[in-house]
Design a protein around this ligand. Structure first.
Ligand code: NOJ
Length: 560
């Protein structure tokens, strides 16, 4: 492997930053964030070290699922800007070395999409088969198959006009598209091609297993469609033909064995990247127990992937912190530790909180968690505001509690907008995590701030391609409270040690294959440790301490 490989497979060492245009920065003062605002802040993102911006849906929408209910796949929500504004953003980002990917939400449309309006107008509409219908009332109880059990109790909804039932995995106003229909597949490819032509570098693909699911299809339809994974491979190949290096980053919240199929076969010819939901959930269990073993076990079981493929690590995203892959007892432990109030919990499976309030604002512990996440083999993905330690606003409904306006300064509306607070799309956070205490402006001026810590982590991550390219290797040591692992790629080697408990400790490690004169250079704070002749070292760790140690052979010419 050569360092130049990292340029071809850029996503393996990218730093992804997800934002919603609507809540990032309102540049025209109407209370709603806009593309002009995001473009204004490209230099901020470049300075932070972000290399890939993921835009949440910005298309025309009925706005009953915060934009994930799209009514025109080709449009731009007029409140956010125009196609011209999208191109300005993509171009400015590219100039600063930042690629842009966009949400591809094709499991469903809004019920206000013209296709669905046509489809429900008559059973003989040419768009009827764009969706999945059944004539008979569902006799089975599907309440455990709905994704949003707060509002739905069936995945089938009666369409009064035509007297048939349509499939919806999410809300009933989000009818599922029939991907077995070749006309739908053609439309999806055409639409992807459109956005790619505007300069984007790929897609975050929403709800992939549902999108490819065969639920509700007739035998003939299933036969026609053949294998959904062949279709996913065909989409990837289309993306490759159109862009060369475009990516599909998939939302596939399934157990590891099932996730693996979505990377494709041995060549990794389907999704380039998958979010590591299982690792993330076990990380929270480990944090709750102050015991590294659940996370270590998960990462040891995590399938290794083809050289082109990659896991995306994350601490939080725009949805609830889902804990659905834990057992009920484990989930209960995490609830108890990080969200005991029922109002903090959602759908019986997750928490509608951001990390800092869950950790009572303890800066040592918060930093340790991000250090841990960045040190795991994979590509880190941040959700806007994590870099400054934003909290949630539990007064805002459901999942939207974590999608409050970005906090730029201590000014009115946290510097997000000059509009009257009553006109804001969503209220800002109040209290200890509100803009008076947590904002970009103040943190830029403070060398000890979370923002500067995050920049350092990102810089070190980008200087350490072994983190993106290697597999996970656990290092043996006697403490349950500590995770020690290493990432090795060619002659590059990084050891990461994280203490999940508040108590100081000393971690004995032994590193194989180190020649005499080999040193451990601390990448997050000053310091060098020498290794004993047998590769042994004793590392002093603070409570919630975190260390990234570059293994530097005596003759190394690498910058440490
Ligand atoms: C998954 C997205 O992350 C979520 O926010 C959305 O509500 C559903 N898919 C439906 O699109």
């Amino acid at each position: 492997m050569r360092i130049s490989d990292t340029a071809d497979l850029w996503w393996k060492t990218a730093v992804i930053y997800c934002l919603d245009v609507e809540t990032f920065l309102d540049w025209d003062g109407d209370g709603v964030g806009d593309f002009a605002g995001v473009t204004e802040r490209i230099d901020y993102l470049a300075d932070l070290g972000v290399t890939c911006l993921w835009l949440m849906p910005f298309y025309p929408t009925a706005n009953r699922d915060d934009g994930y209910d799209i009514s025109d796949f080709y449009g731009v929500d007029a409140r956010l800007g125009t196609h011209g504004d999208v191109v300005e953003l993509v171009r400015t980002a590219r100039d600063r070395g930042i690629r842009v990917i966009v949400d591809l939400v094709v499991n469903h449309t809004s019920d206000k999409h013209p296709w669905f309006k046509a489809a429900r107008s008559s059973t003989s509409s040419p768009y009827r088969d764009f969706y999945v219908w059944r004539a008979e009332p569902p006799d089975e109880d599907t309440s455990d198959e709905v994704v949003f059990p707060d509002e739905e109790d069936s995945i089938w909804e009666l369409d009064e006009r035509t007297g048939e039932y349509y499939l919806h995995r999410f809300y009933k106003h989000q009818p599922d598209l029939n991907v077995a229909n070749p006309a739908v597949r053609d439309e999806i490819a055409k639409m992807m091609g459109f956005w790619l032509e505007l300069g984007i570098s790929g897609f975050r693909v929403d709800a992939v297993p549902f999108f490819l699911g065969l639920e509700g299809l007739t035998d003939a339809q299933v036969e026609d469609f053949a294998d959904p994974h062949d279709y996913l491979a065909a989409l990837r190949s289309f993306l490759g033909r159109r862009t060369g290096d475009g990516i599909m980053l998939g939302e596939v919240n399934l157990p590891y064995a099932e996730q693996k199929k979505f990377f494709g076969g041995r060549d990794g010819d389907e999704l380039n990247m998958l979010f590591d939901f299982v690792g993330m959930q076990n990380m929270y269990l480990s944090l709750a127990r102050q015991d590294a073993r659940p996370l270590a076990r998960a990462l040891t079981r995590r399938p290794s992937v083809a050289p082109d493929a990659q896991w995306a690590s994350f601490v939080r995203n725009h949805d609830e912190l889902t804990l659905d892959k834990l057992t009920e007892k484990e989930r209960g432990e995490v609830f108890e530790a990080f969200g005991p109030d029922p109002d903090m919990q959602l759908f019986g499976r997750g928490l509608r909180r951001r990390l800092p309030p869950m950790l009572d604002g303890d800066p040592r512990r918060i930093r340790m968690v991000y250090s841990l996440m960045f040190s795991l083999p994979g590509t880190p993905a941040l959700f806007y505001g994590e870099e400054i330690g934003m909290g949630e606003n539990l007064d805002v409904d459901g999942r939207l509690a974590v999608r409050t306006p970005m906090q730029w300064s201590g000014q009115r509306n946290g510097g997000f907008s000059t509009a009257a607070p009553s006109r804001l799309r969503r209220p800002v956070v109040t209290g200890a995590f509100g803009p008076d205490h947590v904002n970009v402006s103040d943190q830029r001026a403070d060398p000890e701030s979370m923002l500067n810590f995050m920049s350092l982590l990102i810089r070190r991550y980008r200087e350490s391609p072994e983190l993106g390219w290697s597999d996970f290797t656990l290092l043996e040591q006697p403490l349950r409270t500590v995770l020690a692992h290493e990432c090795v790629w060619g002659d590059r080697r990084l050891v990461a040690v994280h203490n999940l408990s508040p108590d100081r400790c000393t971690v004995p490690l032994r590193l194989d294959g180190c020649d005499p004169g080999c040193r451990l250079v601390d990448l997050l704070q000053d310091g060098v440790s020498d290794l004993g002749p047998d590769g042994s070292v004793e590392l002093a760790m603070e409570g919630y301490g975190y260390r990234w140690l570059r293994v530097v052979p005596a003759e190394s010419r690498r910058l440490a």
